[in-house]
Design a protein around this ligand. Structure first.
Ligand SMILES: Cc1ncc(COP(=O)(O)O)c(C=O)c1O
Length: 279
């Protein structure tokens, strides 16, 4: 395996939003993002003035400069298996595109095993052209610390570092020390994962009993569900019960009949969620 490099970011959101700019992309470049996606990939393309296409088939964009994937995905909880990651990595290399993989939910697999694009099963023994983005916000519940990192192809990471240090995008040393402690400890991640797993069981059962179909959601912090009606009708139905869910059209037109339900409420609120859906 070739060497890999890593640098911290100030949470992963700013890295996602600035990556096209940090890579020197501009109006002649084309950014690919998932069909139903966390909105910040598009923000990054807009900030750099790039064209963009939302598709889960990056192979259909032959002039792509940067391809974003997100597995497990927000909002769908969809997992791309190692064979699919390998296909996309090979395609990105074949057209000279950077493949950036947002893996901030990678430790939260329920019915599927999420894999990093830097895993030998996905990268075919080379990190060339690949970047993996990760965060402490989900695995360690440390969103307020604003710590993320990007790892992968040393040449790409060196380029990103060069721009970031001159733009003042450094992570404060105390936060880096806290992050090192968090990454050195797996026990808190295991405990947090079991907490989410238990909440997910209660919420899944309640949603299904209330007539919802849950799609994907095999990993990550969300249940992506539908009653085959416009998402804002579903949002209103939940609001009548004092529950906030996210309308699927926030993540792209393809989400217009789904809502995203987060597993991040307290245990007491998760029990209340189940009672209100039943009642
Ligand atoms: C897919 C995805 N990427 C990145 C982020 C950014 O998280 P943070 O900036 O806290 O690391 C989020 C947050 O919700 C997310 O869902």
């Amino acid at each position: 395996m070739e060497p890999t490099s890593v640098i911290p970011s100030i949470g992963s959101k700013e890295l996602v939003a600035w990556l096209p700019t940090l890579l020197g992309l501009g109006p002649d470049d084309h950014v690919v993002l998932p069909r139903i996606a966390y909105p910040t990939y598009a923000v990054g393309a807009v900030l750099a003035g790039c064209r963009m296409t939302a598709t889960d088939e990056p192979e259909q964009v032959p002039d792509a400069s940067l391809i974003w994937i997100n597995s497990p995905g927000n909002p769908t909880g969809r997992v791309l298996g190692a064979p699919r990651l390998a296909e996309i990595a090979q395609y990105a290399r074949s057209i000279g595109a950077v493949l950036a993989s947002d893996e901030c939910y990678v430790e939260l697999g329920w019915d599927a095993e999420p894999v990093s694009v830097l895993d030998p099963r996905a990268c075919a023994g080379s990190h060339e052209g690949l970047l993996a983005v990760h965060s402490l916000s989900k695995r360690s519940n440390m969103a307020g610390y604003r710590f993320g990192f990007v790892a992968g192809d040393p040449a790409l990471v060196a380029q990103i570092l060069e721009v970031r240090k001159h733009a003042g995008m450094m992570t404060p040393a105390p936060i880096q020390a806290a992050a090192a402690a968090a990454f050195a400890d797996d026990a808190h991640v295991d405990a947090q994962r079991e907490r989410y797993r238990a909440r997910r069981e209660v919420m899944r059962a309640a949603l299904r009993a209330a007539g919802f179909v849950i799609e994907h959601s095999e990993a990550g912090l969300y249940l992506w569900c539908t009653r085959d009606e416009p998402c804002w009708d579903t949002v209103a139905w939940f609001a009548d019960r004092g529950i906030v869910v996210t309308p699927g059209d926030f993540y792209g037109e393809a989400g217009e009949r789904h809502v995203r339900v987060a597993l991040t409420a307290s245990d007491a609120d998760v029990q209340a969620f189940a009672r209100r859906l039943a009642g």
